[in-house]
Structure formats: structure tokens, C-alpha cells
Design a protein around this ligand. Structure first.
Ligand SMILES: Cc1cc2nc3c(=O)[nH]c(=O)nc-3n(C[C@H](O)[C@H](O)[C@H](O)COP(=O)(O)OP(=O)(O)OC[C@H]3O[C@@H](n4cnc5c(N)ncnc54)[C@H](O)[C@@H]3O)c2cc1C
Length: 514
């Protein structure tokens, strides 16, 4: 029987109160909070992959693991019971349990790639177009609120610089994000290009079986070496404390320690670096040489510290299994690469650990009342809402603390906002610059002297802008937000409900969406 497909119209769309975009750690956490705090709201999670996990499903390179501890990278509501640093597999198992235990599964629509989101102020609705990957059909949803949990990078196309001579190379060149688990590196010479968290993860795993591993880095990275255990958690378990209490206490301990560390990094960076070096020496021996490959040029904490459980990278270096070259890649050759200083590095497999391609809002085209949204023309409210774009929030987590701390925090915020809409009878909420914000300087999304990873710096012109007042800043500061966000006055004059401020009548300046 042949069936003629008609293009679905908005009328045939499935309507829900909330669409959550993405079934990564942000989307699943947000679904949990919505269910818990706004019981009765209908929702779907739209995910283009055929399973949950996001980052933890995409990355399959050897040794893939967290570099945060799971007491804080895990949700506040589900105790973590394993070692602090966890493999992707363990994180997926944890997320699977959250889905199962809370009945989230039936709400997830896998294999649905969102291809467009358009807001109508007449109907106070988002229309979300998706392509169902199984049959390439268009499936449309409408919703009142769009909860963007699509992450910040392209899961399909990583960032690979266009190096000269790449086509000449006769070995296997692969980006870490696209690693094929079937690729056998036993006895091979492996070259890893890059020195960030990914490189720190793959190198010890390669070193176990490869003939030799070389890391080619443009500049050195800070490493934090530690045992993969939490003594407080182990002790509390030993004396019979229940897991929810252990989770709460150990989270508090880790966040306190991280805060102290962050403050010290700013106040006494040299002393911190000496301590990091002492930890490395513990694993690599007293005579380990830090110059030139392990002495970074940037301030400690300007980029994420690369975590090194059990000093594994340095043990590999001390055992002669890892060589480091600090230089610029000039060209690929048939057998490997040549650096700017003329050094030839031969390799059977070259792994580019060169990072992400930024993807703002999943590269989904957005429009508001028929006008395309250019995110760079918007100003962000605390890195979560955007001027001119109603009923939408983006969960952009922390970089220097665990991403997920913000998932829980914004879960509370959205739930409060949705309840506030219900209580006041308003259908639409958006943020808008006020008269007093008129002359505010508009700045790039991230404060570059505060935190400056390459993928964000490459994409600043695609990201929303921020201002210099607390409500328009995106400060990446968990400790400040922990206090400020729960106390947000939802009737503050930066919020418009159905186009009007609630608190006091006053003029507002709406930013133009191009
Ligand atoms: C290897 C690796 C290790 C990391 N380790 C840590 C760590 O230890 N600690 C830490 O804090 N952070 C870490 N990060 C940062 C990490 O990305 C975040 O912490 C977190 O996993 C991001 O979760 P997310 O759910 O927001 O986004 P993602 O994990 O990126 O998930 C987004 C989901 O949205 C889906 N999606 C996107 N666009 C669309 C669309 N158009 N239609 C439908 N679905 C779509 C994607 O398929 C994906 O499943 C790590 C990152 C990487 C790559």
C-alpha cells in the first residue's frame, strides 16, 4: 500500500507545555526537575541521537572519562557511589538509572533532529520542526517554553585545523571526537596533537599498548595529579553513613576545596604551581623536568586544569613511553608531521585532540515573529535568557566547576519561572534592557581574561553578548550564582510579562533582533 505523505501543518503538531532540547546530562537533569517541581506540566525531550548521554555517548576514544569528580558532576538528587573520576560508561549507567527511576524514558523522542524553532507572539507558542531520522519525515511540536539543553559544540563535526600537507600523510589521521573503537593501536607509533583534557585522557590509555606516544602541543597545560578516591567519602561509608548524606557532605567538601583553590590561583598562582609540580613529582620522580613542556604561559585556572588521576600521564612520561614536543605544526609529511623548528615526528596513527567546533543553540535556525534570530544581536540575562527571545532558556553550565551544578540550579529557576507564569496568568516572559541599561557597554559572551578556551574564542561573534551589570553578565561563578539565582526577583524590571514589566510601569528599551 502506498501512502502519500502530506507536509504536516502546525495544526497536526503535538503540543506540550515544555520542549527540552537534548538528552545529555543537562536535558535529563532538566526533565527531572520539571517533573519534580512542576508536576502536571507535559513535556518531551527531543534528541537527535538514538540514545541518551550526549557528550558521554559521542566520545569513544580510549580511556574516555570525566575530568570533574562525579560527586559534583552528578546531580544533587542522585548520590554518586563510585570513584570520583568516572568513565563515560559509568556516567551513562548513572544517567540511565536517573531516566529509569524517574520514568523519564517515555518522554524522550530519540532520532528527532530539530531543524527550526519559531516563536509566535500572537499564539504565544514555539513551533519546533524536527526531522525524524528513521523515515526522514517532518514532525512538528508546539510548546509554551523551550528549554535548550543542546550543549555548546557540534557532535558530528569537530574542530580540525586545515594543516598544510594533510593529504600527503599515508598513516591514519583521526580526530579524537570521531575515534573508532575498532581502530587497533597495539604496537603503533601514536602522535597526539593537542594538550588539553582530551590529550591527558587518551595518552595514558595509548601508552599501555602503543609502541610509543608523542604529544605535540603548541603550549603547555597545567595538570592536577591526584589519586582517584575521596577519603572523606570512603571514611563516611566505612562508618555506615547513608549514601544521600555522603553525597551531600562530599559535594560540599569538594566545592569548598575548589573554591579555596580558585581563590588561591588568583591570589598566589606561583605557590599553586609549585604545589601542582610537587604532586607531579610524586608520580614521576624528583628529577622530573618541567621546562619547557610543562610550564604554561597562561594563568593557572584561566583554562580548565587537566586532571590526571594517579599521575598517569606523568608515569607514562617517566617510563619513557611518552615524549612531548612543544612546537607549532608546520606541515604533514608522508610519514607524520614536521614542526616549525624542523623536527620530524613519524607516526602510524595521528590523533587530533584539537577540540570542538562551537555550535550555538545546536545550529538550529530560530525566528521570533517571522524575523530570524541572530544570537550575537541579543544580550544575555545571566548566561541563560536572551533579549528579544521569549519563553526560552539555555542551560550553559560551569567550566571551572562541574557543568551540572548549573543544571540543578537552572532546573530550580525554570521551575520557579514556569510556576510564576501560571500564578500570574501570563503567557510570555522575556528579558529586556531597561532605561538604565541604555548606555551599558556590550561585551563578548565570556570574559576572555577570566576564561578563554579556543572553541569559545573562535566563536565569540556567534554568541550572545553580555553587559557589565550583574544581571546581564555571564560570570561563570558558581559561588556568586548559588546565592543570586535562587533570590532572583522574577518581578524585577528586567523581566517583561506579556510584553510589559510587572513591578513598576516604566519605559523599557527592547533590543532589536536582526
Ligand atoms: C570528553 C569530554 C569530557 C568532559 N568532561 C567534563 C567534566 O568532567 N566535567 C564538566 O563539568 N564538564 C565536562 N565536559 C563538558 C561537557 O560537555 C559538559 O559537562 C556536559 O556533558 C554537557 O552536557 P549537555 O547535556 O549540556 O550537552 P551535550 O552533552 O553536548 O548534549 C547535548 C545533546 O543535545 C543533542 N542535540 C544537539 N543539537 C540538537 C538538535 N538540533 N536536535 C536534537 N538534539 C540535539 C545532542 O545530540 C546531545 O545529545 C566534558 C566534555 C567532553 C567533550
Amino acid at each position: 500500500m502506498s501512502v502519500t505523505r502530506k507536509e504536516p501543518k502546525a495544526a497536526s503538531a503535538t503540543h506540550v507545555d515544555v520542549v527540552i532540547v537534548g538528552a545529555g546530562i543537562s536535558g535529563i537533569g532538566s526533565a527531572y526537575h520539571l517533573q519534580q517541581q512542576c508536576a502536571g506540566k507535559s513535556y518531551v525531550v527531543l534528541e537527535m541521537k538514538d540514545t541518551f548521554g550526549g557528550t558521554w555517548e559521542t566520545h569513544k576514544y580510549p580511556g574516555v572519562r570525566s575530568d570533574s569528580d562525579l560527586y559534583t558532576f552528578g546531580y544533587r538528587f542522585k548520590p554518586w557511589v563510585g570513584t570520583p573520576i568516572a568513565s563515560a560508561e559509568e556516567i551513562l549507567k548513572y544517567m540511565g538509572e536517573v531516566i529509569e527511576e524517574n520514568g523519564i524514558g517515555p518522554h524522550i523522542r530519540y532520532g528527532h533532529r530539530i531543524t527550526g524553532c519559531s516563536w509566535s507572539s500572537k499564539d504565544n507558542l514555539w513551533t519546533v520542526q524536527t526531522t525524524r531520522l528513521a523515515d526522514k519525515s517532518t514532525v512538528t511540536f508546539t510548546c509554551n517554553f523551550l528549554w535548550m539543553c543542546q550543549g555548546y559544540y557540534d557532535h558530528e563535526k569537530p574542530y580540525l585545523p586545515d594543516w598544510p600537507g594533510m593529504d600527503r600523510y599515508k598513516g591514519r589521521l583521526i580526530h579524537a571526537q570521531l575515534w573508532d573503537p575498532k581502530l587497533d593501536y597495539t604496537g603503533k607509533r601514536v602522535l597526539v596533537i593537542g594538550s588539553g583534557a582530551t590529550a591527558a585522557t587518551v595518552i595514558p590509555a595509548f601508552a599501555e599498548k602503543a609502541a610509543h606516544v608523542t604529544m605535540l602541543q603548541r603550549s603547555p597545560t597545567y595538570f592536577f595529579c591526584s589519586e582517584n578516591k575521596n577519603e572523606l567519602a570512603d571514611r563516611l561509608r566505612q562508618i555506615g553513613i547513608d549514601e544521600p548524606t555522603i553525597h551531600r557532605v562530599v559535594r560540599a567538601q569538594i566545592m569548598y576545596d575548589q573554591d579555596m583553590m580558585a581563590q588561591r590561583c588568583k591570589a598566589e598562582p606561583d605557590a599553586v604551581f609549585e604545589e601542582l609540580k610537587a604532586l607531579i613529582r610524586h608520580y614521576a620522580g624528583e628529577n622530573f623536568q618541567f621546562e619547557p613542556h610543562f610550564t604554561p604561559k597562561y594563568r593557572v585556572w584561566q583554562q580548565r586544569l587537566a586532571f590526571c588521576p594517579e599521575g598517569d600521564v606523568f608515569k607514562a612520561a617517566a617510563a619513557g613511553k611518552l615524549s612531548v614536543v612543544t612546537d607549532t605544526l608546520q606541515t604533514f609529511t608522508e610519514k607524520g608531521v614536521r614542526t616549525a623548528s624542523g623536527e620530524e615526528i613519524e607516526a602510524d596513527i595521528i590523533v587530533a585532540a584539537t577540540g570542538f567546533r562551537l555550535s550555538v543553540m545546536g545550529d538550529i535556525p530560530f525566528s521570533v515573529d517571522g524575523k530570524p534570530v541572530n544570537w550575537h544581536d541579543t544580550v544575555t540575562y545571566r548566561g541563560m535568557m536572551f533579549t528579544g527571545v521569549p519563553n526560552l532558556l539555555w542551560v550553559f553550565g560551569y567550566f571551572r566547576a562541574s557543568w551540572t551544578l548549573r543544571v540543578d540550579m537552572l532546573g530550580d529557576f525554570v521551575s520557579r519561572l514556569l510556576s510564576h507564569l501560571d500564578e500570574t496568568g501570563a503567557k510570555r516572559v522575556e528579558v529586556a534592557l531597561r532605561d538604565e541599561d541604555k548606555d551599558m557597554q556590550l561585551l563578548p559572551w565570556i570574559e576572555a581574561d577570566n576564561f578563554n578556551p579556543g572553541y569559545l574564542m573562535r566563536g565569540l561573534d556567534q554568541l550572545p553578548r553580555r553587559g557589565d551589570k550583574p544581571e546581564w553578565r555571564h560570570n561563570q561563578d558558581y559561588w556568586a550564582e548559588k546565592v543570586e539565582i535562587p533570590q532572583t526577583d522574577l518581578d524585577g524590571s528586567e523581566f517583561l510579562y506579556d510584553g510589559r514589566p510587572r513591578a513598576k510601569a516604566g519605559k523599557v528599551r527592547k533590543i532589536q533582533v536582526a
